[in-house]
Design a protein around this ligand. Structure first.
Ligand code: 3HC
Length: 309
């Protein structure tokens, strides 16, 4: 087959709902897009451990500490699944880590905001992991087999992350005046960064067309964002909390909750490295990588001494 016939056969497979596997023929752009998306997803999981990790030693009781520990450990595992999925496409771990530590690779904007109180642990769990569930259950239907299977596994664990966060917000919203104030402050700080984490509007999303065409994404950024706002906005208001959006309104005709304008200047400022915590997050990852050098050396030395079969 010539290139055009191969592409047609590839796209016919996707339209039939078949999964593309590592050894299958795929357009180079399909491979490039997946390495970009999966590696940045993996980076997001690993960097995403930092805002919550900062509160493990400050948990208000043993139960909350155990739950937060379990959640942060899960995120590390999600990162591993995803780095492995990217490696099936020919990316090496070293290349991906170097891209992150050099600042060339992106990771989710949401993790460049500070976690300022214990209430942030609840709101991050409910909002950020809730948003991630919508995104990752969509990616569980991705046309690329290893990424689809990684997201099936991740999504199962993500629902626990969201539920533990939502439970905390509900309890604090019904708690003392100090707890209500603390959780409202966290809602105010995390709402817009979570709305933005779904990415730019569809008409300004250069990667989306090819991702949708080849079944990597099966919903657009705005569709997922709308699902999130429809799901969470009424529940937050139901708790007697407010949202930092005076223009938020329910549109009877569409059944959608419509937000006010999104501050895309803030979004791109954060994506381009000038958010509140970007430098701190990369510095923490660079230190962790340097501190782990001896482990990599020991593993390499051990591997060298193994008998070649
Ligand atoms: N943060 C940082 N960069 C972002 C971004 C965000 N929230 N949203 C978009 N961008 C970047 C894109 O990466 C792209 O840049 P690039 O071409 O250099 O990679 C550019 O902005 C244009 O955006 P597009 O909409 O064209 O990009 P995509 O079509 O790839 O859509 C995405 C962006 C929705 C993040 C998509 O890549 C995606 O679904 N990725 C996989 C899932 C993922 O990474 N989720 C992040 C959160 S993980 C998480 O929440 C962990 C949980 O346990 C808490």
């Amino acid at each position: 087959m010539n290139e055009a016939e191969r592409l047609a056969a590839f796209e016919a497979r996707i339209h039939r709902g078949e999964k593309i596997e590592p050894g299958d023929w795929m357009p180079e752009e399909y491979r490039r897009q997946l390495i970009r998306m999966i590696s940045q997803h993996a980076h997001s999981e690993i960097v995403g451990m930092l805002p919550e990790g900062a509160w493990i030693t400050r948990a208000p009781n043993l139960r909350r500490k155990l739950v937060l520990l379990a959640k942060v450990q899960d995120e590390a595992g999600h990162g591993q699944y995803l780095y492995h999925a990217a490696e099936t496409l020919g990316a090496t771990r070293e290349e991906m880590i170097e891209a992150l530590l050099s600042g060339r690779a992106k990771y989710s904007s949401i993790f460049n905001y500070p976690s300022q109180s214990w209430a942030d642990m609840g709101v991050i769990g409910w909002f950020v992991d809730g948003a991630a569930i919508l995104n990752q259950t969509m990616l569980a239907r991705c046309s690329y087999g290893p990424y689809s299977r990684a997201n099936i596994r991740i999504s199962a664990e993500e629902s626990f992350h969201m539920k533990q966060g939502k439970e905390q917000v509900i309890l604090m919203s019904q708690g003392t005046p100090g707890q209500r104030t603390m959780v409202q402050d966290a809602v105010n700080r995390w709402w817009w960064p979570t709305v933005m984490m779904f990415g730019p509007h569809d008409h300004e999303s250069p990667n989306s067309p090819v991702l949708i065409r080849w079944g990597i994404k099966t919903k657009t950024n705005d569709e997922l964002r709308q699902d999130f706002v429809n799901q969470v906005a009424p529940e937050v208001l139901e708790l007697g909390l407010s949202l930092p959006d005076p223009d938020l309104r329910y549109e009877q005709a569409s059944g959608n909750w419509l937000t006010g304008p999104i501050d895309w200047d803030e979004f791109w400022r954060v994506v381009k490295g000038n958010g509140p915590c970007n430098a701190e997050r990369i510095a923490a990852r660079r230190k962790a990588h340097a501190d782990g050098e001896w482990v990599r050396e020991a593993l390499a030395a051990y591997a060298e001494r193994q008998p070649t079969t």
